[in-house]
Design a binder for this molecule. Structure first.
Ligand SMILES: Cc1cc2nc3c(=O)[nH]c(=O)nc-3n(C[C@H](O)[C@H](O)[C@H](O)COP(=O)(O)OP(=O)(O)OC[C@H]3O[C@@H](n4cnc5c(N)ncnc54)[C@H](O)[C@@H]3O)c2cc1C
Ligand SMILES: NC(=O)c1ccc[n+]([C@@H]2O[C@H](COP(=O)([O-])OP(=O)(O)OC[C@H]3O[C@@H](n4cnc5c(N)ncnc54)[C@H](OP(=O)(O)O)[C@@H]3O)[C@@H](O)[C@H]2O)c1
Length: 337
């Protein structure tokens, strides 16, 4: 199959909340010569739950369940209000329950309606993965290579590249002593879907933030045998104290929290904690968060990443957290400053 070549002034990678905000701004400024490229089949980013199935990918010799899969699960509700999650020019429809919780489907529908309202369909190509974005030193344009689900390849040439690829697709996977020989399931929270699946089991949730607490609460609303939790340290920053409301809720519902990581996972399915405490565990869920991932960019050449506290890295050389200061034709939305 031959490769198509297309020129565009601006390319947006990703059609989630960030990509939609960018596209709306371009339309508001009568800029038409742009395209938004999205690997899924609809708008909404990670809230587009239906189209994500995930697959097993071995990492470091361990087959993690559905690594790289969807971070959104069946009974997810929002933890922010409609006012905080909506676009200023497009309120949520009346009648949708708001504070404290909205069902995930309300958010998905909202993004689809927002795109329709701004006619963003015309500017979007779905089922298209951006594979590589390159710019030669001193050149005027970015080369953007894409692959569509039907196998078609396209090479775009654009002046400006806006990266809106989100930061919840690359799970952080802790290294646990003895995990290679642990006989029972070890998964990341991105593979969690239905809480009923864990009924009758002894579960260990690793992590001390929102996912850890929310997953534990959801399972405790069903009929698990026991839910244990552990975190590498007690919350010691204001940010962590804010994000641990759901952890406290899980403890209130009966989860047992260890304030240290497991010392060893044993080949008989037991997990050893400090002071020799031993628990039999059927499933370990690592709710250990996500890291930034820009595998379509040459992050080394751009000198883009350094180790950091949030999402595994700091994204470097960003003016106001958006424009790549060495070459502002590259910009990012949704990065933590
Ligand atoms: C479990 C969970 C619950 C959350 N709950 C809330 C909440 O209640 N309230 C809140 O405000 N925030 C919440 N968030 C934060 C969430 O990040 C934001 O709500 C929002 O989805 C961020 O939008 P985004 O567009 O930046 O990223 P995403 O929604 O991740 O969208 C990125 C898009 O880029 C596409 N993409 C990525 N790489 C490529 C590529 N190479 N080629 C083509 N397309 C690509 C993806 O398919 C995706 O559609 C939650 C996050 C998680 C993980
Ligand atoms: N709407 C909802 O109800 C909902 C539900 C789930 C998630 N979310 C959102 O999703 C996003 C991600 O949340 P998250 O909880 O998945 O991730 P997170 O907030 O980044 O938290 C990750 C947790 O894992 C721990 N951790 C990271 N690496 C570790 C390692 N190597 N070993 C041990 N522990 C490790 C962290 O410990 P430290 O504290 O020590 O760093 C932290 O407690 C957030 O924006 C959150 O608000 C929302």
């Amino acid at each position: 199959m031959s490769t198509m070549r297309v020129n565009k002034h601006i390319i947006i990678v990703g059609a989630g909340a960030s990509g939609l905000a960018m596209a709306r701004e371009l339309r508001n400024h009568n800029i038409e010569d742009f395209i938004m490229l999205e690997r899924k089949n609809n708008f909404g980013g990670l809230w587009n739950y239906e189209s994500t199935t995930g697959e097993d990918i071995p990492i470091d010799g361990i087959t993690w369940d559905q690594v790289g899969a969807k971070p959104v699960y069946d009974k997810l509700t929002t933890n922010l209000s409609q006012k905080m999650m909506g676009f200023h020019d497009f309120p949520y429809e009346e009648g949708i329950p708001d504070v404290p919780l909205m069902p995930r489907t309300a958010v998905t529908n909202y993004f689809i309606q927002f795109a329709k309202h701004h006619q963003l369909d015309e500017y979007t190509k779905f089922n298209t993965i951006v594979q590589k974005c390159e710019k030669d030193d001193g050149a005027d344009n970015w080369y953007v290579s894409t692959l569509s689900k039907d196998g078609r390849k396209t090479e775009y040439l654009c002046k400006y590249l806006v990266v809106c690829n989100g930061h919840h697709s690359q799970p952080i996977l802790p290294k646990l002593n003895g995990m290679q020989n642990f006989p029972n399931r070890i998964m990341h929270s991105c593979s969690f879907d239905r809480s009923e699946e864990f009924n009758g089991k002894n579960i260990l949730v690793i992590g001390g933030s929102v996912s850890a607490g929310d997953l534990a609460v959801l399972m405790l609303r069903e009929k698990p045998n026991k839910v244990f939790m552990c975190r590498r340290k007690k919350p010691d920053t204001m940010f962590r104290k804010i994000t641990m409301g759901s952890v406290n809720a899980a403890i209130k519902r009966g989860a047992k929290m260890y304030n240290s990581m497991p010392l060893t996972l044993k080949s008989n399915g037991h997990v050893i904690f400090e002071k020799g405490v031993e628990e039999q565990i059927d499933v370990i869920i690592c709710a250990t968060g996500y890291s930034y991932k820009f595998d379509f960019l040459n992050v080394h050449k751009l000198d883009l990443l350094e180790d950091g506290e949030f999402y595994g890295y700091n994204v470097k050389h960003l003016y106001e957290g958006i424009f790549y200061s060495k070459d502002p034709s590259l910009s990012f939305l949704g990065i933590h400053k």
